[in-house]
Design a protein around this ligand. Sequence first.
Ligand code: C2E
Ligand code: CA
Ligand code: CA
Length: 698
Amino acid sequence: MVVEQITDSTKLSHFQQLIHRSSTPMIIMERSAFIDVNIAAKTLFQLSPEVEVTALAPHQLSPKTQSCGKSSLHKSQYFITKALHKGECKFSWRMLDAKGVQKDISVQLICLSHAKQSLFLAVISEHISIAHNYTNQFIDKALDLISDAIMLTDENNRIYYVNHAFEKITGYSFDEAYQKPAGFMKSGIHDHGFYQRLWQSLEQTGTWQGEIWDKHKEGHIYPKHVRITSLEQQDTKSPHFLAVFADCDEKVKYQQQLTKLAYYDDLTNLPNRKLLMDTLEKHIHEVNTADCQYGFWLGYFDIDDFKVINDSKGHGFGDKVIKEVLSLLSNLSCDSDMVGRMGGDEFLIIFSRRKDITQIRQVLETIYQRLAQPVYIDDMQYQVRLSGGLCQYPFHGKNAEELLSKADIAMYQAKKSEGNRYTLFETEIGDAFARSNNIELSLQNAIRNKAITPYFQPKISMQKGQLIGFESLARWQQNGQFISPAEFIPIAEKSGQISQLSLCLANQSLSMLKWFRASGDYTLAINISAKELADYDFPKALFALTETHQIPASKIEIEITESCLIDNFTNVRRQLEVLKSMQFKIALDDFGTGYSSLNYLKELSFDTIKIDRSFIHKLEHNRKNDFILLNTIIELAHNLGATVVAEGVENVEQIDFLKRFKCDFAQGFFYAKAMSFSETQKYIKHHNEFFKIAKNEH
Ligand code: C2E
Ligand code: CA
Ligand code: CA
């Protein structure tokens, strides 16, 4: 059928007269309302010839949904848009007559331009062209069956067609998406530049493809790989667009799983080290680019004595404590702060940029108040103690690593004072850190060049006053200044250089002891730290040294402190048994300073107990209880078959008490400080001469 383009009202009325004479059902309509319906069409719709139809719309003479399941309203609008752009379109339609009967008809919709109005002529055929009907139905079915989502937008970039896969992937039905702007699912993840580049590519090449993160109807964000093609229209300047994207449901789940694995901690489900570090970098970048004068604060936290919790109550219990503390931290801090686990019992809070130190103190106050109450684990009460350190970007560090180390230093400062509190990083602490860093760096050279050497402090028998042996104490002189072993030994432990240092010291002290033993049957006590004792090869290596220097192992006493026993008790017990089987003697150093010295006395047998010098110094206060305590410790040690050494003896009064309490041996400045090899040789000489004279005098 050829239809003339109608451009004026006279022509329209001629046209109307023409269709009224036709026996083919025809309707003239504007975009969405009927203008005229011929008798044949009225008959088809079971309408009486007089009925006024001008206000009716096509979907009102149709069931709510079409055979494909889409709403008649939206589908009719789709075909109108199509006819408007193509000139005409043919499709099958399910109509509803006035008596409520549904019928499938064929429609040819022709666009007639009339002044500024868009007029359409719908030519209806009851004899559906089977081929045409099938084609339409098949295309509809085919589009709905494919798993790729299809979306068509008009020249205003509004959606007029989506298939079934679109509904499944995005969560929006055809009706919900219809006439929405193409970008209505934007997630906000992509910036303005991203969309600018997309449009530029569409304009220049007619296509774009890439990954877009959109927002699902249910609110989550998901990625999809989208291909957009521009469909040029003959009579409009603006093109339509066809967007096709794949079902990424599985990909999304997989990606979510990957994200969880990579960025969240298994135990607590909170951010892990990686996510915390990434966020820290992001915050730093934001501060740098925002050109703002405010930085942000960072808090590093660690549970006090967590090792003891783990060892005494088991790792399962330890895990529960970590979980409990972290959930408490994350519940009590604000959503804008990030709380996560760096590893072990170490946690981090990255405070939001808007928070100043007063607000942070308030948050921490709440946390510490809550921690003052016990937490319940397996129906048991447990009192958690937490130490923390705070520092601020950019004032305390230039990058994430520096910041973390500063917060860590401040946290250790809190632990060192009394624990269960937090401190702010201060520059003086930073200087101490720099010093320890320098020590660590020069340690390797010092070990290699034997700049660290043993000094010897005499051990004296209390009853006879005779020299019976020495304790070897490490000395390191750098630029004329002594660095205390109390400072560099923990650094050597931390940096993994302790075994090398200890064996180097033991080798030196045993070779020197050989010289001393030429003048007497002296013993040597060496200090061994926790890490070294745990080293499986240590007993064998030490034994090999005694053989090299031909000194009986029974003349060597290994001093260990309680801290050696806390870490992995079973392993330490085994190591001590190996050492004993090699005839080495074992001494418990600094007795009385730890928490559970008595417990260890019950579990292990020691050859010697060294009473910490703090007990000896207390004697000066002349308090009855101090005397009773010291006396009891000595008796207890003797009953367990151990000899007793008093440390830090500085005056005659102390010696008198110790003699009265039957203490076996003593060390301290009263007799001598730790001395170098040559000083020790001289000391031995004088000592022996003194005893020879004393013996002769008797
Ligand atoms: P420690 O084993 O308790 O050693 C005794 C410390 O007390 C030594 O300090 C010693 O110089 C000091 N001292 C001795 N007599 C007196 C006294 O009458 N009054 C006072 N106020 N102090 C006295 P030093 O040499 O600074 O050693 C400190 C700690 O470093 C040692 O404590 C020991 O735990 C550790 N250490 C020293 N040398 C070594 C070593 O070669 N290996 C290991 N692993 N640790 C060592
Ligand atoms: Ca010692
Ligand atoms: Ca000691």
